[in-house]
Ligand binder design. Structure first.
Ligand SMILES: [Zn+2]
Ligand SMILES: [Zn+2]
Length: 259
């Protein structure tokens, strides 16, 4: 049993064949899906999938790429959207200095706004961070100092130092198909040291299809390939890794009831 803790079912590549990709994932043992939002105008569609499918849940939030377009989004709007019964988390939000698609200050302001709502609601924040280890770590530390909040780093690709820093703050780390890539040696080493109770797996589909599907459109069924790879790295069975990461998912996202 596995959970895909990060997918974009309303994105092109998955939206057109949602029923088919969900069915094939279920057949591969995937028993839950967290459908992630990136901008306000897609929240309705993301939640609609979760209303239709009992094993799909939703998040609401603003991706750092979209920050400039949401500079005025007030916390009340996010707070209100988060009250929906199928919304179990916030995000994805954070900092992306690799693509730098939005002003960095606006990215930071929105990131802190999401953190505030996570603290207030107790809903976990799904954090996206790329080439921004220092600022992401500093903001998390500063905000944790004001009051704890639940969060995870999704599609973890940062340095082991950053990984240890966020683990020390109590965050969870989610591994995507990137860990299966041949050149991801440092990440593979770090994947062995993540504590059992702070580990999740995800696809970030339709992006980042893992080996042996590289180059294809990613889909939630492929979380199995990532899980098998991570299980082998950690010297456990894929069943054991599935059980651990599934338990972690429902412990962290405690507003979700297993379908
Ligand atoms: Zn992301
Ligand atoms: Zn994503």
């Amino acid at each position: 049993m596995l959970i895909d803790s990060h997918c974009h079912l309303v994105y092109e590549g998955l939206a057109e064949r949602q029923d088919e990709v969900l069915a094939s994932a279920r057949a591969a043992g995937v028993k839950g899906f967290l459908n992630i939002s990136t901008r306000e105008r897609e929240w309705g569609d993301v939640i609609a999938v979760a209303e239709r499918e009992s094993d799909v849940w939703a998040t609401v939030g603003i991706h750092p790429h979209e920050a400039d377009q949401h500079a005025d989004l007030g916390r009340d709007i996010l707070l209100e959207a988060s009250q929906h019964e199928r919304v179990i988390g916030l995000g994805e939000s954070g900092l992306d200095y690799y693509y730098d698609k939005s002003d960095r200050q606006v990215q930071q302001d929105l990131f802190r706004m999401h953190i505030g709502v996570a603290r207030e609601t107790g809903l976990p924040l799904v954090i996206h961070t790329r080439d921004a280890d220092q600022d992401t770590g500093d903001i998390l530390e500063d905000e944790m100092g004001k009051g704890a909040f639940p969060a995870l780093i999704h599609c973890f690709t940062a340095s082991p130092e950053f990984g240890r820093r966020v683990l020390n703050m109590g965050l969870t780390i989610s591994l995507s198909g990137i860990v299966t890539f041949k050149n991801a040696v440092e990440l593979q080493e770090f994947a062995k040291e993540i504590p059992d109770d702070h580990l999740l797996v995800e696809t970030d589909s339709p992006f980042l299809a893992p080996v042996p599907h590289r180059g294809k459109t990613g889909e939630p069924a492929f979380v199995r390939n990532t899980a098998e790879f991570v299980a082998e790295l950690r010297g456990v069975s894929v069943e054991a890794l599935g059980a651990t990461t599934t338990a972690n998912f429902f412990k962290l996202f405690n507003k979700a009831n297993p379908a």
